[in-house]
Design a protein around this ligand. Structure first.
Ligand SMILES: Cc1cc2nc3c(=O)[nH]c(=O)nc-3n(C[C@H](O)[C@H](O)[C@H](O)COP(=O)(O)O)c2cc1C
Length: 217
């Protein structure tokens, strides 16, 4: 079982969010998972150019770290999305990666995978960032097992919550846990994209072929 964390803080080793995400991974590793952390402060990632090439054929016209990161997401069973709250949202670093994953949305590439969310803030606002990242997860087909939201600096209770989250993520993957409300949301998303992909099959031939190969049309 592989679990990948992506941390959107620009603060590298000083990041409280990264430290909290590392506790989630530590707990997952103790349960036998193979874990890895992507620190976006060390990555080179350009903005999506909205060229739509990723809908037409596999891959991206840009050649930077986003391609490797997204390939590793596809290879993982579980994903941890971690971000500090910046002006009530995820950081630009994490949003840039999410924008580059637009093909994941069209083809719901994370169906069958599980997500956990980590946020930290100075004074609050984590709930809406948690909700946003859970929504992103459902949009790409993943079910969210939950999240940990902390105010900096981290306290022992935050670390305990992160440990519990790491265990819950592993259990969800092992047992193929089903969250009926999220399954319903994912199914609605699938209905929407089934129509759109069919309507735009000439614009997005790769994605139409993907849906066809999955027998989803
Ligand atoms: C540009 C910027 C915007 C921020 N916006 C918010 C905010 O809207 N609400 C809040 O509570 N904290 C805000 N903070 C504080 C960070 O969320 C907080 O310090 C966080 O724990 C930093 O995480 P890190 O150590 O992983 O980088 C902001 C910090 C920066 C630098």
């Amino acid at each position: 079982m592989k679990i990948l964390a992506i941390c959107g803080s620009p603060r590298g080793k000083n990041s409280q969010t990264k430290a909290l995400a590392a506790e989630v991974l530590k707990a997952a590793r103790a349960q036998g998972a193979d874990v890895d952390m992507v620190d976006l402060s060390e990555a080179q990632i350009e903005f999506c150019r909205a060229c739509e090439a990723c809908h037409q054929k596999p891959g991206c016209v840009l050649h930077d770290d986003a391609n490797t990161i997204l390939a590793n997401v596809l290879n993982a069973d579980g994903l941890v999305l971690a971000s500090p709250v910046y002006l009530n949202q995820v950081t630009a670093q994490l949003k840039t990666v999410l924008d580059r994953s637009s093909h994941f949305v069209h083809c719901m590439r994370l169906i069958g995978k599980y997500l956990a969310v980590v946020t930290t803030s100075g004074g609050g606002g984590g709930a809406q960032v948690q909700a946003y990242l859970k929504h992103y997860g459902n949009t790409v087909g993943a079910q969210c097992v939950g999240g940990v939201d902390a105010r900096s600096p981290l306290k022992p209770a935050d670390v305990a919550a992160a440990t519990a989250l790491g265990k819950a993520l592993v259990t969800a993957i092992q047992t193929k846990q089903q969250y009926p409300d999220q399954i319903q949301k994912i199914e609605l998303q699938k209905q929407y994209f089934r129509k759109l992909i069919t309507l735009r099959k000439d614009d997005w031939p790769y994605e139409y072929q993907f849906w066809s190969n999955q027998d989803w049309l």
